[in-house]
Design a protein around this ligand. Structure first.
Ligand code: GUN
Length: 298
């Protein structure tokens, strides 16, 4: 079997097109333009690229983008004051504080300061609690994108055995909750799981978010399984020339492609979905804040 490729570029464009349509309806029928505020503290180059892409795609979808680049020496109190100001700004429907934050900032305290209704990352404990209890909250973007890709590939996920390798608050834990909500039988594994190969071999759905390059081997993948690789790892690539690097996922792509029925590539798989779902979450948050059913826009 050679796996079909789940193309995140194509898929994310579809999501962004839907968001742009929803935004147009919000403007036309409700006179509302969703606003997304992004705070970037410091000068981490990867975060700068990410924030630039977010701002560009927010504007392309017809929403208002507010960008706040704060100097690296910004204090906890100053950052909290900024978040609090955005919490009460009616033009701002979504707030995202780019992570990671510098060591002198208490990341958890900042996340908890964001108004849960504007927490488009879905990281606030109110939103993680709502996800765990089947409530209507904001759902983290990357896992939401993974579920969309899985449902598009498989249809119903009900009853399928799923394994999530990785237990981060941003991906692993919310991913497991979403799979559970889709009636999967869910295993959460991680870097210390014993007999990880055997655990993975049982799974119809493998979501890899462990942050270790090509840790999940091709022969661990059950025939016909669907593989979603969230990992983005830069490794040395001497075969491309001295000092060259390349991006790989947490899964041995070539090996896994021989067994899986469908798989996401790295890059070009899950990666592009995150910003697309951030835009979708901003529309959802705007609707909830204004008592509008998001489904009524479609
Ligand atoms: N840094 C990398 N990805 C993300 C994300 O999805 N949200 C936030 N807030 N920071 C990030």
């Amino acid at each position: 079997m050679t796996a079909s490729i789940i193309d995140g570029k194509v898929f994310s464009q579809k999501v962004r097109d839907e968001v742009a349509r929803d935004v147009a309806r919000l403007k036309k029928d409700h006179n509302i333009t969703p606003g997304l505020a992004v705070i970037l503290l410091g000068e981490d180059p990867a975060s700068q690229v990410y924030v630039r892409n977010k701002a560009k795609q927010t504007a392309e979808a017809g929403m208002t983008s507010f960008e706040f680049k704060l100097p690296p020496e910004t204090t906890q109190e100053e950052l909290l004051a900024k978040v609090n100001a955005l919490n009460v700004d009616p033009a701002v429907n979504g707030i995202l504080v780019q992570l990671p934050l510098p060591n002198h900032i208490d990341e958890a305290a900042i996340i908890e300061a964001i108004a849960p209704a504007k927490d488009v990352d879905g990281f606030h404990v109110i939103n993680t609690g709502l996800l765990a209890t089947g409530g209507k909250g904001m759902v983290p973007c990357t896992p939401l994108g993974c579920i969309m890709m899985l449902k598009d590939t498989l249809g119903s996920l009900s009853g399928r055995r799923a394994i999530v390798v990785g237990r981060s608050n941003i991906v692993g834990k919310p991913m497991a909750q979403l799979l559970l909500a889709e009636s999967c039988t869910v295993t959460i594994a991680h870097s210390r799981t014993q007999d990880l190969a055997d655990e993975v071999r049982r799974a119809d759905i493998v979501v890899a978010a462990v942050g270790r390059p090509e840790m999940i081997k091709g022969d661990w993948i059950k025939k016909g399984a669907v593989v979603i690789d969230v990992g983005i790892n830069r490794i040395d690539a001497p075969e491309r020339g001295e000092g060259k690097t390349r991006l790989v996922g947490d899964v041995d792509f070539e090996g896994a492609s021989k067994n899986a029925s469908a798989i996401t590539p790295v890059p070009g798989g899950v990666g592009p979905m995150t910003i697309a779902l951030l835009l979708a979450n901003t529309v959802t948050a705007t609707c909830y804040q204004n008592g509008i059913d998001p489904a009524s826009l479609r």
